[in-house]
Design a protein around this ligand. Structure first.
Ligand code: FAD
Length: 319
């Protein structure tokens, strides 16, 4: 079957980067009714409660403090402080016993930690990420470094390599839509290497990225095969039934145990499928974002699926 591509995807992804539209959309006062479908809330308390519910249902979580493209060091410091506070709050959370895999993870965006600051942005982001990694290690929480647009890929992978010298479980994300990713998968498929494989959420030019759904899916399957046949810990991040069944077949065929890979989906998307995978004996981690800077994340979700956009437009009309 033809892969359904949202015709408004390029426009929505461009809008995701527009501060002017961000102000307009924020003024619509949507937070409660629409954004909550994808974001459990703006406060730390709301994400701690959401994490508790997910854990109680047998799922794991990866929490992201929303924010990206930080333009001043003070904002990056505030992001670090938010993660440290969350890690302290998690100390009281009842975490399921008896799994070899940490149920709690934090996901970081290096651009929120200072990566794009002029001059020494990469060093600032590395130092900030180290601070979070030290606290996470002490708390028994995993850390993942998210993938952003392709201009940051080399810098992000360099920061992850540096972090892994002291914190070997630090994971990163590879995006199947990039031409380079199959090679990156090979380079990152060694023992202990944790890689989240996703399709990719940004607007990227044809010079670096596959443009059609079919090509992205084919790349995803090739990358999945490299990671699952490799020696690392693959994290299959997709809502796509075709990608999920390809992963189920590969892990069964390679004899991987339940603690040797995981599925991942976004908060609020395909809840029943998340639960089905748990019942089947797979680990499922739910990427759960919180905070008031939800605009870019929210717009990328709208760009992914005509149905998400329709949901948003309907809610505007029925306000
Ligand atoms: P799509 O091609 O969007 O969807 C394929 C099919 O999935 C649909 O046709 C439909 O059958 C099904 N489906 C999708 N949504 C629904 C729904 N709401 N209800 C029912 N069925 C649905 N991107 C990055 O660039 N960097 C990151 O660091 C990053 N981290 C991520 C972490 C996680 C855990 C996940 C799940 C995604 C992440 N992404 C990230 C986003 C990712 O790149 C994709 O943009 C996003 O996941 C959509 O791709 P998809 O694989 O789900 O398939």
């Amino acid at each position: 079957p033809a892969v359904l591509v949202n015709p408004l995807r390029p426009a929505l992804l461009a809008a995701a980067r527009s501060p002017r539209l961000e102000r307009t959309v924020s003024r619509l006062g949507l937070t409660r009714r629409v954004v909550d479908r994808f974001v459990p809330g703006e406060s730390e308390a709301s994400v701690v409660a959401a994490a508790e519910e997910l854990l109680a249902s047998g799922r794991f979580v990866s929490v992201d403090h929303l924010g990206e493209d930080t333009t001043d060091a003070a904002q990056a410091d505030a992001t670090v402080a938010a993660y440290l506070s969350l890690l302290r709050a998690w100390a009281d959370l009842p975490v399921p016993a008896g799994t070899a895999v940490p149920a709690l993870e934090v996901s970081l965006k290096l651009s929120a930690l200072g990566q794009s600051l002029p001059g020494d942005g990469e060093a600032v982001a590395l130092a900030n990420a180290r601070t979070i990694c030290r606290a996470a290690d002490a708390a028994g929480v995993w850390v993942n470094v998210d993938a952003e647009d392709h201009t940051t890929t080399d810098s992000t992978l360099a920061v992850v390599r540096a972090l892994r010298e002291d914190h070997p479980t630090v994971a990163t994300v590879l995006q199947a839509y990039l031409h380079r990713t199959e090679d990156d998968c090979r380079a990152l498929s060694g023992p202990g290497s944790r890689v989240r494989l996703c399709k990719g959420a940004y607007a990227e030019p044809a010079s670096v990225a596959f443009q059609s759904g079919e090509e992205v899916d084919a790349s995803y399957r090739r990358c999945l095969e490299v990671l699952v046949r490799g020696q690392g810990y693959p994290m299959v991040a997709s809502h796509d039934p075709a990608m999920i069944s390809a992963a189920e077949a590969l892990v069964a065929g390679t004899g991987r145990g339940a603690d040797d890979y995981e599925f991942q989906m976004l908060y609020g998307i395909r809840d029943a499928e998340q639960r089905r995978l748990v019942v089947q004996g797979h680990h499922v981690r739910v990427y759960t974002p919180y905070g008031d800077q939800w605009y870019g994340y929210f717009m990328r979700r709208l760009a992914e699926r005509p149905a998400n956009l329709a949901f948003f437009l309907r809610s505007l009309v029925s306000r």
